[in-house]
Design a protein. Structure first.
Length: 237
């Protein structure tokens, strides 16, 4: 498998690994068996959207998938159907299926697994200096985004919605083994004054502000808490 973006979070985030490429009885999955985390949180797909393809055999080479996913302005629909099939339904779905198959073999259905998508990013051209330029080229540039057009924003909303649907479908075969889908899409846009100033909630094109993360964390906590034991309170000396 070319690369893997789905990763697990226990009480702290481990280093990302090629989980889908790791045999189910070694490496990461052995760690799951050994540590027996109270829950596993998976996410994936966001970095793949803006990561340049290095291999000439890749359908995205030499740019990022987003250059093929976004059809030219004026096209209907706004997303290229064939590129979406390759990216969402084949590449990302294949990776997620492999991760889940290996994980449920490791957990035997005894550990809750939550798979979440993303909220809708805003392609406004804001990057993060330590990491270089903005990520969502070309939909953060004219003619996709300008004073008179927010087509880029529409494209990212549709793309993230499709990713969320794929994740929801992928977890269904594993529902009896404690695998659940967690929906985060639309969370930040529901907050007061979001339309007036989305930068209160989004630090840059892909990452929320602390306030944004705190808001998303409430949704995550509400989804996870019913399925994990409540930590014991320390006894008074």
């Amino acid at each position: 498998m070319e690369h893997e973006r789905f990763r697990a979070v226990f009480r702290r985030r481990p280093d990302p690994g090629r989980m889908a490429a790791v045999p189910p009885r070694t490496g990461f999955y052995s760690m799951v068996r050994a540590t027996k985390p109270v829950a596993i949180l998976l996410d994936g797909g966001g970095n793949d959207v803006h990561r340049k393809a290095a291999a000439a055999s890749s359908p995205w080479f030499p740019r990022t998938p987003l250059y093929r996913l976004a059809d030219p302005p004026g096209a209907t629909p706004s997303l290229n159907a064939e590129a979406m099939r390759l990216f969402i339904d084949k590449q990302l779905r294949g990776q997620l299926d492999t991760v889940l198959q290996n994980l449920v073999e490791a957990t035997k259905g005894a550990i809750p697994i939550f798979v979440h998508g993303y909220d809708h990013p805003i392609p406004d051209g804001r990057g993060f200096p330590p990491l270089g330029k903005p990520w969502l080229d070309p939909v953060n540039q004219p003619p996709y985004m300008s004073e008179t057009s927010d087509l880029g924003r529409t494209i990212m909303r549709l793309l993230i919605d499709e990713l969320n649907v794929m994740i929801s479908d992928a977890v269904k075969p594993f529902a009896s083994q404690e695998v659940r889908h967690m929906k985060l899409t639309g969370t930040l846009a529901q907050q007061a004054n979001f339309d007036h100033d989305h930068t209160v909630w989004w630090l840059n094109e892909l990452h929320p502000t602390k306030r944004g993360y705190d808001t998303l964390a409430v949704v995550v906590d509400e989804a996870i808490s019913p399925h994990v034991p409540t930590p014991a309170r320390p006894k008074n000396p």
